[in-house]
Design a protein around this ligand. Structure first.
Ligand SMILES: *Cc1c(COP(=O)(O)O)cnc(C)c1O
Length: 470
């Protein structure tokens, strides 16, 4: 047997070689990883992370859209410690429950606003966004069976949507690269085009007109399939992993009209958008639509421990509870007491520091103002924000907004310069995106914008030297 590995005695190269020898990473090209070595993140505080070479990096992605309360929050560690010493685990099967899971369910029900007479009084727990969307598929199908319409099986998602990486999650999502590996989507899941104005609008079309037309893709698909076959529509309020795709203001009201017209369930996947990211506890409130099911995960615990779930609206909950008998579905860790205790502490902290309110009224508007300046940069075709997410598109020709050849991977060039300059910014094709922690100060927003400008300049210099500009 190998001697136990003591991390404090390993240098970066040793960690990297053990990493590539033993750790199969998610969404990673392992040939590439073995040659270049992973960046080893060792510790973090507030909005910064440090790597094993001592570099301090401003984390404008909140880990992976998770760490809304920032790093190093003692309250969350204390809550986990106290709960582990009291009751580290017990299941919620077999008519048992635990106090943190009950308290959190009641708290979440109080935070989810009722809309159009529909409220959210119930929570179904999982440990991730993917699992939660699997639960959604199970609940939606169970609902229509109980309603005596078992032929309503099809769930419609959107191209470039992201709903996780399990069989159901990857199928609901519209990522062609994921579908290509593993014979996805699974049966009875289909997709419509996304509401991405920059890429999909017709020449001269207004944003408002495009929003209505993009919602119409859903109605066309429903009519093509037959409305009596369609169970649900699932979408992110703002598409995150797809590149922070912010829909025109006309989009969601029209979607609501369509799902109401055909009686279809509406699933709002808020794994990124809930818990303050868009300046509300839940994002459907911002856009004014009325979902039946709301997926959450990530920032519910600020990512400190895994937790996910589904807010189950009255329409579905009533049928499952009153007519359903036993629902043959659930997870060992549904309602995990430690995860729920950390979520409660996280929500308490967010309330105490008014993190949701400050995104709406303070740092959100300030980020919008500062980020908009980036649109003046010669490489930037569009720069837009929504709450505390933002995206900009790198273009070859600013005037005609012509894209670079995707094979040049200009987004990756920019990302490299970001890492090199101490900034984590994500590239989705040539769209550069951020979702910073909600604890950011104005001075830190300034610091981040300065870093982004520096990285855009470095990228411009490189693409000019390579002769890639128009
Ligand atoms: C991250 C994400 C998921 C998947 O969550 P996991 O915890 O990785 O399973 C699902 N939906 C959306 C919108 C996400 O951003």
């Amino acid at each position: 047997m190998n001697a136990p590995v003591k991390s404090e005695h390993l240098n970066t190269r040793e960690i990297q070689s053990l990493d590539s020898a033993h750790f199969l990473h998610p969404f990673t090209d392992h040939g590439d990883l073995a040659t270049r070595g992973a960046r080893v993140i060792t510790h973090a505080d507030n909005i910064y992370v440090w790597d094993s070479e001592g570099n301090k990096i401003l984390d404008a992605m909140s880990g992976l859209w998770c760490v809304n309360a920032g790093y190093g929050r003692k309250e969350l560690a204390d809550a986990a410690h106290a709960q582990m010493m009291t009751l580290p685990f017990y299941n919620s099967f077999f008519q048992t429950t635990n106090v943190p899971a009950v308290k959190l369910a009641a708290k979440l029900a109080s935070l989810a606003p009722a809309v159009g007479g529909r409220s959210f009084q119930h929570v179904f727990y999982s440990s991730s966004g993917s699992e939660s969307n699997d639960s959604n598929v199970r609940m939606v199908r169970r609902y229509w069976d109980l309603m005596g319409q078992p032929q309503r099986k099809i769930i419609i998602g959107r191209h470039n949507g992201y709903h996780g990486s399990t069989m159901a999650g990857a199928s609901l999502g519209g990522m062609s690269g994921m579908h290509a590996q593993g014979d996805l989507p699974i049966p009875n899941i289909t997709h419509v085009e996304q509401p991405y104005f920059f890429e999909n609008a017709l020449p001269g079309e207004s944003e408002a007109d495009f929003g209505v037309r993009a919602a119409g893709f859903l109605e066309a698909k429903i009519l093509e399939l037959g409305a009596d076959k369609v169970a649900a529509f699932i979408a992110e309020p703002v598409q995150g992993a797809g590149g922070v795709i912010i829909p025109p203001a006309t989009y969601w009201p029209e979607i609501q009209r369509i799902v109401d017209k055909y009686g279809i369930l509406l699933i709002s996947d808020e794994v990124i958008c809930a818990f303050g990211r868009l300046g509300h506890w839940f994002a459907y409130e911002k856009f004014g639509y009325r979902p039946d099911l709301v997926t959450f995960a990530k920032a519910v615990t600020s990512g400190y421990v895994p937790l996910g779930g589904v807010m189950v609206g009255d329409r579905v909950a009533k049928v499952l509870i009153e007519q359903g008998g036993e629902f043959n579905h659930g997870y060992t860790y549904s309602g995990h007491p430690v995860a729920c205790a950390v979520a409660l502490a996280n929500i308490e902290l967010m309330e105490r520091e008014n993190l949701v309110g400050r995104v709406k009224d303070d740092i959100g508007p300030y980020l919008a103002k500062r980020f908009a300046e980036l649109a003046d940069h010669p490489l930037v075709g569009v720069a837009e924000t929504c709450g505390f997410v933002a995206g900009l598109v790198l273009v070859k020709d600013k005037v005609t907004k012509t894209a670079f050849d995707p094979n040049l991977a200009v987004g990756m060039v920019c990302r490299k310069h970001c890492f090199g300059n101490g900034l984590i910014m994500r590239a989705v094709g040539d769209r550069m995106i951020i979702a910073p922690p909600l604890v950011m100060t104005h001075a830190q927003i300034d610091e981040m914008i300065d870093l982004i400008k520096r990285c855009l300049d470095a990228t411009l210099e490189e693409v000019r030297a390579k002769g890639w500009l128009a």
